[in-house]
Design a binder for this molecule. Sequence first.
Ligand SMILES: N[C@@H](CCC(=O)N[C@@H](CS)C(=O)NCC(=O)O)C(=O)O
Length: 216
Amino acid sequence: MIKIHGLILSPFVRKVMAVAELKSIPYKNVKVFPGTRTAEFLSMSPLGKIPALEDGELRISDSAVICEYLDEKYTDTSIRPASVEARAQSRWFEVYGDSKLTELCIGGIYFERFAKKLLKLGDTDEEKVALTIEKLLPPQQDYLERVLPAEGFLLGDFGLADICVAGPFLSAAHVGYRPDAGRWPKLARFIEQVRKHEAMAELIDDEETLFNSLTK
Ligand SMILES: N[C@@H](CCC(=O)N[C@@H](CS)C(=O)NCC(=O)O)C(=O)O
């Protein structure tokens, strides 16, 4: 059985687990905290970042690399749409979610309100959080409101694009941030729909349980 190393509280680890769920690939999650630098973990993830994947003799890291590998190896359900054009859009949404949205929702909110304290890196920078919520996120949320459909997922069937775009918002929701449904109705609906998808719902519930146990 494949092993996914990392803590589900990382959106990149959850991304890989959600892909495994979507593709019905049996897996074991080996809990590795961010910042782990053991020789064994570095042999799988030379930069020391979670997630890492073990599949037989193969050891690889980086969520994008892992997801692409799983998609090529387990071909029954694809994480990307069928047409070349839609696949290109799916790759854009993956990069966009993993970079800009992660920088804002994770770096600007989730890290400040939760991970920073957990890792004993100091107090929440309230100014940074306010700037992120009031100035930096709204243009991105306006963009998403323009491109999201009124119903359903980003590119037809649920896939990696949805996991990557909704993911950072689902993490931010743990620490009390949700886009205003009055101003961004399509985005708010979309995030909720991704949360409820069968590939996601249990993962998010587990994540909440872990989050609550760490913040008690
Ligand atoms: N591009 C990587 C990013 C992974 C990443 O940044 N992981 C963070 C946790 S969310 C981490 O392990 N940070 C600890 C560190 O850099 O030491 C991916 O997609 O897997």
